[in-house]
Ligand binder design. Structure first.
Ligand SMILES: *Cc1c(COP(=O)(O)O)cnc(C)c1O
Length: 402
């Protein structure tokens, strides 16, 4: 593909910054960043009203209007996940944690630290949970009160079968807690068809806000049962929500500028057509990226059926002149920031498709990859053909991880 004005291998956001092809924080619009240039008092009526608007519309994304309430939580996404797990699970409960990557493991760690009993159903990072096994575990252990699942496991970019999991959990009469951090707003999750007690997400992934705020969309009836369960004061969603009901305000200093930016980001989200519009753009980005990378000789970790249009994992090429650090630095110099791999099943790197990016940005990134390979004198399409293509990739520690 010849470089053209639209496909320049020089990435630039609207504010002239390198483009973040990462799973968050990610490239945001200029208007979202500009929303942060004012100061607001946290008890100011205008801020309280704006915050209420942000919270009121989030349950619509999971079709939970009326039945669900948003409880925001200061901090990164993990703060929201920890708040969800420690507020909803009772002391005498037992949690089944579905693990196929770092975020499932993190949930297990949160539960361990909080002194909550948890058991794990783990599959490799490129493999969804075994639904029959999950069903069997629930049947055999009636003391399991909650199941925790990750919607898109960002470690690999795998799309977990959240609707099937929800159906099994509901049929077995248990409660589902979802980490949808990297999916919320782009991949459909319908609380009417796939019931859950709570879903945790953050401002700075598919909703394209800036980092500093997580939130948990909670089923009102389930949240009402959680009084006194929390293991910390700050992460107590019951208390946080009760204070909102009483005063409309956060208990402790809110990340005001982040919330004002999030309000603007949500305006842009709804203007784009909500989940269908946002998810559609990301799906286009993923298609351009993955087809382009395959044409250059790279191989994806996941088959297309398992790949969420959020972040793609590529096997590290086994070419003697391919040096990941050089590859990374050269893309960065051209304005494209990619993401090292974090997998145990394969040496890999990742490229994200989310944020204020379109197909032309992805074509620009591909052009930068092409230029970089040429600079390194690496021709992967020839190497793959010569070695018989889909060779098995070595297991071991990802060289690019840091
Ligand atoms: C990003 C992410 C989180 C939260 O990570 P933070 O660094 O705390 O924002 C949690 N779960 C998943 C699946 C994620 O992608």
């Amino acid at each position: 593909m010849p470089p053209s004005a639209a496909h320049q291998a020089t990435g630039r956001s609207e504010t002239g910054d390198p483009l973040l092809l990462t799973p968050g924080p990610l490239t945001t619009s200029k208007s979202v960043k500009q929303a942060m240039v004012h100061d607001w008092g946290s008890r100011d009526a205008a801020f309280v009203a704006l915050n209420r608007e942000v919270m009121e519309r989030l349950p619509e994304i999971v079709h939970g209007e009326g039945r669900y309430v948003t409880v925001p939580m200061q901090g990164s996404g993990t703060f929201a996940v920890e708040a969800m797990l420690t507020t909803f699970t009772p002391k005498d409960g037992l949690v089944l944690v579905l693990v196929n990557g770092a975020y499932g493991q993190r949930a297990k760690r949160i539960l361990d630290i909080a002194g909550r009993r948890a058991i794990v159903h783990e599959t490799p990072e490129d493999t969804p949970p075994d639904l029959a096994a999950v069903d069997r575990i629930l049947a055999e252990a009636p003391e399991i009160s909650h199941v925790f699942a990750v919607h898109c496991e960002t470690t690999s970019g795998i799309l977990n079968p959240i609707d099937d999991v929800a159906a099994i959990v509901a049929r077995r009469g248990r409660r589902l807690l979802v980490d949808a951090m990297s999916a919320f707003g782009a991949l459909p999750l319908d609380s009417r068809k796939s019931p859950f007690d709570a879903v945790a997400a953050s401002a700075n992934k598919c909703l394209e806000g800036v980092p500093g705020l997580g939130f948990v969309v909670c089923r009102r009836e389930a949240l009402a049962q959680t009084e006194g369960r929390a293991t910390t004061l700050t992460l107590d969603l019951f208390d946080q929500n009760r204070n909102f009901e009483k005063t409309g305000q956060f208990r402790f200093t809110p990340p005001i500028h982040v919330i004002v930016a999030f309000h603007q980001a949500l305006e842009e989200f709804w203007a784009e057509g909500g989940v269908a519009g946002r998810g559609g753009r990301y799906a286009g980005n993923a298609r351009v990226l993955i087809e382009g990378m395959r044409a250059l000789g790279f191989e994806t970790l996941l088959s297309d059926a398992l790949q969420a249009p959020i972040i793609a994992t590529f096997h590290m090429p086994r070419h003697p002149r391919f040096v990941f650090q050089r590859f990374y630095d050269s893309l960065k110099a051209r304005g494209y920031v990619i993401y090292p791999g974090k997998l145990t099943v394969a040496d890999s790197f990742r490229i994200g498709c989310i944020g204020r990016l379109g197909a032309d940005h992805m074509r620009g990134a591909l052009e930068a990859v092409r230029e970089t390979l040429a600079e390194m004198d690496v021709d992967l399409s020839r190497a793959a053909a010569a070695s018989g293509a889909a060779s098995d990739h070595g297991r071991g520690r990802p060289a690019g991880s840091r």
